[in-house]
Write a protein that binds this ligand. Sequence first.
Ligand code: GDP
Length: 479
Amino acid sequence: ETILVSELANRMAERTPDVIKSLMRMGLMVTGNQAVDADTAELVIDEFGHRAVRVSDSDVEQVIDQVQDKAEDLRPRAPIITIMGHVDHGKTSLLDAIRKANVVSGEAGGITQHIGAYQVKTESGALLTFLDTPGHAAFTSMRARGAHVTDIVVLVVAADDAVMPQTVEAINHAKAAKVPMIVAINKIDKHGADPQKVRTDLLQHEVVVEAMSGEVQDVEVSAKTGKGLDNLLEAIALQSEILELRSNPDRAALGAVIEAKLDVGRGPVATVLVQNGTLKRGDIFVVGEQWGKVRALINDKGERVDEAGPSVPVEVLGLDGTPAAGDVLNVVSTEAQAREIADYRIKAAKDKRAAAGAAITLDQMLAKAKADQNVAELPVVVKADVQGSAEAIVQALEKIGNDEVRVRVLHYGVGAITESDIGLAEASQAPVIGFNVRANAPARNSANQKGVEIRYYSIIYDLVDDIKAAASGLLSAEV
Ligand code: GDP
């Protein structure tokens, strides 16, 4: 019973180097392509604050069966890219321009379908997979469901507008997910475009681009004229090489749902991004609480294909129900097994809902921090009524800490607590702190559903005191 270190990281939505570091602290010297046994894996999972899901005996067997990739079986795979940035800065335009440029240079007559993701080939021959849903809401909700589908974030910043609130949100989301960024400075065709302002603005958010002697690649583009698009694609290909993304095409598929719908003519349809292995027609699979047998696979050009390998997005037909975006797909050997796992998950989800109110409280985070022998981070999301308070709170929180615990502000901003804040908090298991602001109704519902804790304050002293107490282990169980 073993699992590959890179696979373990993938399943936890953590970075492989972080998992390797954690194993090193346990005295194990391994690389991402080596395997560890199930018990060690469970220790690591605990250390990262996740729960090991030994769903059922058959599931465990199956899952472990699937992770026997040997280093020599691993092949390079295309990177998966999400475009983020402030509204109107050109995310959709950029996605369209990249797709169109490629259709022209690619196969003639290929009419691209919107299936939630598409692949392009760069001039130098690298394949890139773009998620077609720009923005951080989708990114964060997928991550909250455990699907780690983005390898690279392209941060679009309009050169005539520079860094805006959602630019900052996007930066924080990418950082929280530990996904590398490339900055696309867009709209350079416009009068009044000031790319340099974008670069200096970004410095304030600790994004230092190459043009400022930093390490984050920055590329000037125009989604309108197409200028710089090639450079952007090559920058992505370069970043991808650095990441050394690898997977094994010769095994049962593992993938993530990026979109799903109930189609009148075709029944439930899910777009799946294969993350490892190859998905084939006739494969039996379980995906979240659904299962099925692949009846047809349709690629991003609307063509029927027999199989889809790593990083290839395909529409999957043959599901018994509609899964959710972020659900993980596993190919299994028998229908009985698929049905059993799906049933088990339905029941488990029901149990979980029954145990509602199981919020991620400061106390639980503290317990987690204590279990961890190293410096633990207490992640928080802060929203306040005015910028001055928000900054004062962040400064005060960042000062808290000792050798064991440190507070990490994932994101802060001005205004009501929104669903986006809840999504980010859930993905990082953080509470949301509201200072003189409330959560709006959708955010409250979402927090209830996801078990995210919201704490309200109107006195900075109280707020800092509470967090300090939590951080130093003085907070009693009354939270
Ligand atoms: P999104 O909200 O980030 O997806 O932004 P959109 O892609 O919808 O673009 C917002 C507006 O900016 C639209 O009117 C686009 O036509 C325009 N736009 C996007 N990219 C460029 C560009 O490179 N140059 C110019 N001049 N306009 C652009």
